[in-house]
Write a new protein. Structure first.
Length: 296
């Protein structure tokens, strides 16, 4: 009788083959890289936005507002072709300083604001309320660019808050009293809102009809796809398409503020100095940018 066969010993290494050293090292590095990318993306997503952008047409008063917010003093300004950047003082500026950037309104460079959108918490669109009746189409053209950019952001990026500031409200009421100047702010807000809604609706209707909107503004520096800009969709309470209304804009809530800046002249006097001392004293107690500061 033949002896029973002796079972052969099979090594564990021959059963489970280990990958080559180079492949193993590459896999570990890829896993580590994926973890690092995830951590950085999460950190970036949770970083608090701390930039305020001042945008709007030239001569609307952006730089005067910038100087008032950053340096608590406004002097006569001239049209700039470069952004102005400063830190805006606040109670928590040490832990979370706010950067304020004044973007020039010249048609060829006004789109620079898109460079800062990722870190922007608030966009302030400044409108000269004293002449909006004359240049409403041009102002609406500029605002359309802002609305289009905000609605074109990727879903992962939260859109900044939009504030439309009706500036130079004091010029709407020539009465010298501080009360009259203060009451003019509500008139400025309503005027700016009404005219811009009308002009943006014209642009929306032109887009629907396939007519390029580039001819509806008074400035002639346009990109090749100006006529393709969107961002004007509105939905009414019934869920249907609405004419353009800021309250129904699909891009989010739009806030309105109004005010003025008392510009200091070259001789050190203020614009209000042309009034008598009693009126100057009353005006000095009013902060023309109070509503805007509260919004920021």
């Amino acid at each position: 009788m033949d002896p029973a066969p002796t079972p052969e010993a099979v090594s564990l290494a021959s059963t489970f083959k280990l990958p080559p050293p180079n492949l193993l090292t590459g896999s570990v590095l890829a896993a580590l890289l994926a973890v690092i990318v995830y951590i950085l993306s999460q950190k970036r997503a949770t970083t608090k936005k701390s930039t305020v952008l001042l945008v709007g047409p030239s001569d609307s008063g952006k730089t005067a507002i910038f100087s008032s917010l950053a340096y608590s003093s406004a002097r006569p300004t001239h049209t700039s072709l470069q952004p102005n950047v400063a830190l805006m003082p606040s109670e928590d500026s040490a832990s979370n300083p706010t950067t304020i950037i004044d973007i020039p309104g010249h048609p060829r460079i006004r789109s620079q604001f898109t460079t800062y959108l990722q870190e922007t918490k608030t966009i302030v669109f400044v409108v000269d309320a004293s002449n909006i009746t004359r240049n409403g189409s041009m102002v609406a053209e500029h605002l359309h660019l802002i609305l289009h950019s905000m609605t074109s952001l990727p879903p992962s990026q939260k859109a900044p808050k939009l504030v439309i500031h009706a500036h130079k409200a004091d010029l709407l009421n020539r009465l010298p009293s501080a009360a009259a100047r203060f009451n003019a702010t509500s008139l400025a807000r309503e005027r700016v809102k009404t005219i811009l809604e009308r002009e943006l609706e014209r642009r929306r209707q032109s887009s629907i009809k396939g007519v390029g909107v580039e001819g509806l503004g008074s400035e002639n520096a346009h990109s090749a796809d100006d006529g393709l800009m969107g961002g004007l969709d509105c939905t009414n309470q019934a869920g249907g398409i609405s004419s353009f209304k800021f309250d129904a804009w699909d891009g989010g809530e739009v806030f309105f503020t109004s005010g003025w800046v008392d510009v200091q002249r070259e001789d050190g006097m203020h614009e209000a100095s042309e009034k008598n001392d009693a009126e100057n004293s009353e005006l000095a107690r009013l902060d023309g940018l109070a509503s805007l500061k509260d919004m920021l």
